[in-house]
Design a protein around this ligand. Structure first.
Ligand code: ARG
Length: 414
């Protein structure tokens, strides 16, 4: 009996060649699966292409709401930026693709899933780990990892096999979803040179942005953005609105020297207008409403969270546990933050919350301060206690160094 393989299908060159390759090398029927994660592709066209190439069946899955609810929202609450910069847009989408591949494979009676990731990146890890954790019986096939063809060889292969592809004019390898757009390869591979304008699609060049600043007022309810510029919006609408608004001011371009999981350093160029604006606003609101102890500890948790997600361990129980902690900190993260956007720059210029820990009566240098300055004296006495005692011992330490500690003595004799 011919086996069935469920293939994650984008409609591009790689995954188009994959269909034929799986049919021939693995003697398999191929069922293609395309997720709509808000990547702005024509889903109807992708489905047509799949049928044309000879897939046995095709699934178009609108996963935008699930992606926002279960992947993007936790990332917002975690202020998730890998290495302090990358909002994890691609990284968040992969485990969901893995999950849907497993669902389709089980439904279609497939014994394997396949994807078009190379052996050099993070995406293979993210999908493979997810699939194998969800259903260890499924084999994972990554043709691109196996065949080792260059892009030109792939085009040749496609021509030989009569696979109807029109190789895109883009010199960049692009991945997009509603949380961001990533571009790699071509001229971007030289980290010393500025990315050409053609690498960008979601943002205008800061030089071309409007001469008037724009304001984004983002309101959060328990850590999740709910209204923008006074209008309450569905999550999907809200993210598209912020993407468009911030992008029109040239905000959201990220040029990042990134450490891939497999050890390669790579130069990545991202456009993440909504992610950049929303995370900046969210983080600022937290600074208003969380205690310094919460903030300090949460920063460590955020780093770990971003690392787990980046490195393909979405299903790791630690990630779920960290999410529970993060979620517990969000009860008071309700309020609004005002961002000022101007020619590629973005600044928080105001914030307010009913749970604000900021107390004007305590902070003011003006009249009517409630803070008893004399209480600082006793506080300082105790705060510096150990430092004082340690400093008083310095004279002894110096004495010992003059005589020569056994360890320093031995060193000197060498
Ligand atoms: N470096 C990013 C990540 O690992 C993005 C990779 C996206 N892939 C691409 N073909 N552009 O998440």
């Amino acid at each position: 009996m011919r086996r069935t393989v469920a293939l994650a299908f984008s409609g591009g060159l790689d995954t188009s060649v994959c269909v034929n390759w799986l049919q021939e090398k693995y003697d398999a029927d191929v069922v293609t699966v395309t997720l709509d994660l808000g990547q702005r592709d024509d889903m109807g066209l992708i489905e047509k292409r799949s049928r044309l190439i000879g897939a046995k069946n095709h699934y178009t899955i609108d996963a935008k709401d699930e992606f926002l609810r279960d992947y993007v929202n936790p990332a917002i609450m975690a202020n998730a930026l890998y290495e302090g910069k990358y909002p994890l847009s691609t990284a968040l989408g992969r485990p969901l693709i893995g999950k849907k591949l497993v669902e389709v494979a089980e439904r279609e009676g497939a014994d394997a899933v396949a994807h078009g990731c190379t052996g050099k990146g993070n995406d293979q890890v993210r999908i493979d780990v997810t699939v194998r954790a969800m259903n260890p019986k499924l084999q994972v096939i990554a043709p691109v990892r196996e065949w080792n063809m260059s892009r030109d060889e792939e085009i040749l292969y496609a021509q030989r096999k009569g696979i109807p592809i029109k190789p895109s004019k883009s010199i960049f390898s692009v991945d997009q979803n509603l949380w961001g757009r990533s571009a790699e390869s071509g001229p971007l591979e030289n980290p010393a040179t500025e990315p050409p304008e053609s690498a960008f699609e979601w943002t205008v060049a800061p030089e071309e942005a409007p001469d008037e600043p724009g304001y984004l007022e983002i309101e959060f309810r328990e850590g999740i953005p709910s209204r923008v510029n006074g209008r309450s919006m569905e999550p999907l609408k809200l993210v598209s609105y912020v993407n468009q608004f911030a992008g029109s001011h040239g905000v959201g371009r990220i040029d990042h020297m990134e450490d891939r999981l497999v050890g390669i350093k790579s130069r990545e160029v991202y456009e993440c207008p909504a992610a950049t604006a929303i995370i900046e606003a969210h983080r600022d609101l937290e600074k208003l409403v969380l205690t310094r102890h919460e903030l300090n500890f949460k920063a460590q948790v955020e780093r770990e969270w971003a690392w787990l997600v980046y490195s393909g361990l979405w299903l790791e129980p630690l990630r779920t546990a960290l999410d529970r902690f993060i979620s517990a900190t969000q009860d008071r993260v309700t309020g609004s933050v005002r961002l000022k956007l101007y020619k590629g720059s973005m600044r928080v210029v105001g914030r307010a919350s009913e749970y604000s820990i900021y107390d004007l009566g305590l902070a003011t240098y003006g009249r009517g301060s409630k803070f008893d300055q004399m209480s600082a004296v006793g506080f300082i006495e105790l705060w510096g206690l150990q430092s004082r005692v340690a400093a008083s011992l310095n004279s002894r330490v110096e004495e010992k160094q003059e005589i020569g500690h056994p360890r320093t003595k031995a060193k000197a004799a060498e």
